[in-house]
Design a protein. Sequence first.
Length: 202
Amino acid sequence: MTIVLYSYRRCPYAMRARMALKYAGVEYEHREISLRNKPRSLLLLSPKGTVPVLCIDGRVLEQSLDIIHWALAQSDPDGWLRFDKSIAQEWVEKNDGPFKTLLDQYKYPNRYPELKQTEVLKQLQEMMLKPMETALAREAYLMGDHISWVDIAIFPFVRQFSMVDTKVFESLPVPHLKQWLLHLLENPLFNAVMDKHPTWVE
C-alpha cells in the first residue's frame, strides 16, 4: 500500500491528522508543502489546496477528520473511538465551527478592525473554554478518564489559542484546561509528529 501525506507542520488540521496516523502506526511518505508555492501534485489531488491531504493507493482523503477516522479504522489500540459518538461530534463541530471562527478573529485582529478583542476573548471563553473547563474538572479528558480522538482533534486549536497571548492565557481561570493542554503538549505522540521536514520538491 502506498500512502502519501501532504502536510504543513504548524497547521492544526494537519497536526491532528499526523497524530492519529502516528497513533495508529500508519507508515506514510511525508510531503511538507510550502503554502506560498503549493506543489502541482497536491492541487491535482485536491484543488482546494489545503492540508492535510492523504492519498492511499489513489484514494484521496482531503479532510482531517476523515483522515483521523481512516487511521483509527486501521488500528485503535487504546480505544480512542469507544466513546459516545453524538457527544464527540458536538465537541468537534463546536471546535471546527464557531471556536475556529472566533480563534481567527482573536489571532488576526488587524483583519477584523470592527471587532473588540476583549469581546472576542469573552466569546471564546463562554462558548468553548468554560465548557471545556467544566468537563475537565470532572475527568482528565473531554470524553472521560482516557484520551480520545476528540482530545486530539481539539488540542491543536487550544494550543494555538494559548500561544496568541501567553500572558492572557495564563490569567484565565481555567486550571483544568491548562493541565489538559500541558499534558498533551508533553505527550510523546505530539512531539513525535512535530519534527521539522524540508519542503518537498516535485
